[in-house]
Design a protein around this ligand. Sequence first.
Ligand code: ASP
Length: 443
Amino acid sequence: MEIAPRRRLAPSTRILIGLLIGAAAGTAMNLAWAPEDPKAPAETWAPAYRNAVWFADKVAHPAGQVFLRMLFMTVVPLVFCSLVLGVAGLGGKGRLGWIGVKVVAWFLGSTLLAVLLGLFLVNAVRPGDRMDPERAKEVRAMFDKEAAQKEAQAKAGSGFDVDTYVNIIPRNIVRAASDDRETLGVIFFAILIGVAAARRPPETTRVFLEFLQTFYDLTVAVLGFAMKLAPYGVAGLIFAVTLKLGFDVMRALGAYLGVAIFGLLFHQFVVLGAAVALLVRLHPVRFFGRIRGLMATAFSTSSSNATLPTTIRTATDEFGVSPRLAGFVMPLGATMNMNGTALFEGVTVLFLAQVADVRLGLAAQAVVLLLSVLTAIGAAGVPGGSLPLLAVVLDRVGVEPGYLALILGVDRIVDMTRTVPNVCSDLIGCLWVARTEGEPIRS
Ligand code: ASP
């Protein structure tokens, strides 16, 4: 008798199932049992909700953190090895410079488009005018403490000026490697090492590059272990988030959420979809179907950095991009290219200005546009990485940063949504460069 082989689901499908189960369970329990005020003291909660929160805090969230930490753990070696190998491998005859120009042009162009879209929508809908001022005060009061924290973080991070760019050059590479906000420092160092390696006779650098290649391969193998946990980690993360989402607060901020999420989805599927068709020459619908695992990972981890290994793997394994090119473009993209974040910043600054009754004319909006692009480059690719910088932008355009409190309760859902275009834009940029460099793309 023949035994039918056991069919294993594809990893991306397993992640997606984890995402759906976690989200469905968390949302259902939230709707059934959660108190109206998300800040209500625990003693007043329904016992079933208390048990569910216990499960979220002690089981689901830790399971999610184990997965996330396994991913984060690999970011520094991955960024360093892949950039040095990428730059050293691409380095010959000015090719790297030309690729760099194209990559930066895509980053800036797509980010600019995203902010323009956000600003257009928020001006057209004016969600801030639809917010009941009394309700705004209540919601703000709920999250005042968190907002003060973000402001303090923004101040501690020396604000945002010319120093922000000088600081890209790390004073101490080990310290830069240990701080999420200084990934650009690691990138800068790795690029220079790669350039230096490319200028030397190959026999003098061969051993070093082989060592890095092995280190890179081993890190990827470790990642393979982490990805086995992905469906469970993703389910845990999303369960913990949806269980505690303030649906009541979400309703109060409905117009804002509507604009932000519609804008992000429009950018993701229409604007980036058009880029896939025009620049990469792939069918957008099939393209998004092929990267559903990548989108699910970005959505559930809410972090470009944590998604970086999956982004690189999608480019090489799914689309056949050379590891050199993917290894060069993706770490840059994860840190510098954040379409969704820039769109979100534009929408949020204008929304909060509308609520605060601060009129921002065309000139002020141009400043918002510029700052959104610049701060999106500087934001760390971690959950909520852009919030301290958002406090800085608010301050710059004369809106009291304390207004940030208004959106903090719903930010996680926007954060998950904006991380998807953040990551997809990196992949699309990489595929476009690959195509223009004559690399065959698997269709
Ligand atoms: N979570 C975003 C990312 O990692 C950053 C942010 O907008 O907060 O891409």
